[in-house]
Design a protein around this ligand. Structure first.
Ligand code: WQD
Length: 337
C-alpha cells in the first residue's frame, strides 16, 4: 500500500497531523532528526491511534538518508513540516536557517523526483504576507517580503515549489499558510513542547500557569487594536491537522500549485488569550506590560474562503477550547514529553 511521508512528524503540528492521517486510514512514514521534538512523541502517536508506522531518524541535509526512505517505501505523497521555525533565532542565525530549511527542502525534492513522487503539501506560514498587505490576508496577495530570515525561507520555498511545477506539470503542490497554531489533542498526550524558554505566546502563558515562569511579558499595549495588544488568528492545532488531511486528499487528486490559508478568520488579542487561559486553569495569571517586540505587527488574521471552497475545510474550535485543551496537555505533562 502506498504511504504518506511526514517530515518533521514528531513535532507539534506534525504529530497532530500524523494522528489524523492514521485515524483516516492512511499508512505513514515519519522522518525526523529530533532537533525540536522528542522520541516520546512517536510513542504518544501510537498510544492515541493504536497504530504503528515506520520511522527514520534522519536529517534532510543528508541526501542518501532521504533517498533511503523512498527506496524502502512506496511513497505516494509528502507532507513537509521539517524545518527551523523560531523568528527571533532566525535573525541571529540566518545562515543556519537558509541552509537547513532551503537546502533540506531541495534534497527532499531531488529524492522525490528520483523516485517519481510528485505530490507535496508544504508547511508554509502567514509570515509570507509580510507587513504591507491589508488584513484579512488573501492568498492572491503579493508574498515576496518578510520581516525575518525564517519568513524568507518560507517565501523562497514556495517559489521553488512553484518553479518545480512549471518545470514538470505532473507535480501537485499545496502551500498551507498557517496562522497561529495553539492548543493540543484532547487526549492530553501530545501538545506544544518547545525546548527552552518559549518564544511564542501560548506556550509561554502555559509555563506561567505551571509556575515555571514568573509572569507573562505583554509585548506592547499601544497598538491600534481594541485593547492595544497584538491581534492574531489563533487556530486549534487539531483543526490545522485536519486541514492537512483535506489538503493531502486534494493533492492526491489534482496537479498544479495552490496556496491556502489555514486560519479561523477571527483575530484575538494577547489579553484575550491570557484571559482564555485563566478561565481554563481557574486562576489569575500575572503579567507585565513590556516594550513592543521588534518585527511584530499589530494585527494578522486570515481570509478563509479558499480553504472552504477548495478543500472543503473550515476551523471548528474556538479560543476557549484551544486554551482548555492546551492547559489539559500542560497539566498532564508539566515537564513536557
Ligand atoms: C503572538 C502575539 C506578540 C510572546 C509566530 C511566527 C509565525 C508563526 C506563529 C510559524 C504577538 C505577543 C508573544 C510573549 C507577547 N509560526 N507575545 N509576549 O509572532 O504572531 O507568529 O508564531 O509559522 O511564523 O512569527 O506568534 O506567539 O510569538 O506572538 O506579548 O511572550 O503575542 O507580540 O502579538 P507570532 P507569537
Amino acid at each position: 500500500m502506498s504511504k504518506i511521508l511526514v517530515t518533521g512528524g514528531a513535532g507539534f503540528i506534525g504529530s497532530h497531523t500524523c494522528v489524523e492521517l492514521l485515524e483516516a486510514g492512511h499508512e505513514i512514514v515519519i522522518l525526523d532528526n529530533f532537533s525540536n521534538s522528542k522520541p516520546e512523541a512517536l510513542n504518544r502517536i501510537k498510544k492515541i491511534t493504536g497504530k504503528d508506522f515506520k520511522f527514520y531518524e534522519a536529517d534532510l541535509l543528508n541526501l542518501s538518508d532521504v533517498e533511503k526512505v523512498f527506496k524502502e517505501n512506496d511513497i505516494s505523497a509528502v507532507i513537509h513540516f521539517a524545518g527551523l521555525k523560531a523568528v527571533g533565532e532566525s535573525v541571529q542565525k540566518p545562515v543556519e536557517y537558509y541552509h537547513n530549511n532551503i537546502t533540506g527542502t531541495l534534497m527532499l525534492i531531488q529524492a522525490m523526483r528520483k523516485y517519481n513522487c510528485k505530490k507535496i503539501v508544504f508547511s508554509s506560514s502567514a509570515t509570507v504576507y509580510g507587513v504591507n498587505n491589508p488584513v484579512p490576508y488573501v492568498e492572491t496577495m503579493p508574498t515576496n517580503s518578510s520581516t525575518n530570515p525564517y519568513g524568507y525561507t518560507k517565501v523562497m520555498i514556495e517559489q521553488i515549489l512553484k518553479d518545480v511545477y512549471v518545470s514538470d506539470n505532473n507535480w501537485s503542490v499545496v502551500l498551507l499558510r498557517y496562522f497561529n497554531p495553539i492548543g493540543a489533542h484532547k487526549s492530553g498526550l501530545i501538545g506544544e513542547d518547545p525546548n527552552g524558554i518559549p518564544n511564542n505566546l501560548f506556550p509561554y502563558i502555559a509555563q506561567v500557569a505551571t509556575g515555571k515562569l514568573e509572569a507573562l511579558g505583554v509585548f506592547g499595549n499601544d497598538y491600534d487594536t481594541p485593547d492595544g495588544t497584538g491581534v492574531r488568528d489563533y487556530i486549534h492545532v487539531v483543526d490545522l491537522a485536519t486541514g492537512h488531511l483535506n489538503a493531502l486528499n486534494y493533492a492526491l487528486e489534482h496537479n498544479g500549485v495552490e496556496a491556502v490559508n489555514l486560519g479561523t478568520g477571527k483575530g484575538s488579542s494577547v489579553m484575550d488569550v491570557l484571559h482564555a487561559f485563566e478561565k481554563a486553569c481557574g486562576k489569575e495569571l500575572p503579567y507585565v506590560i513590556k516594550p513592543r517586540r521588534a518585527g511584530d505587527i499589530a494585527t494578522c488574521y486570515a481570509d478563509t474562503h479558499k480553504a472552504k471552497e477548495l478543500l472543503g475545510w473550515e476551523a471548528k474550535y474556538q479560543l476557549d477550547e484551544m486554551a482548555a485543551d492546551g492547559w489539559n496537555f500542560t497539566k498532564n505533562n508539566p515537564n513536557g514529553l
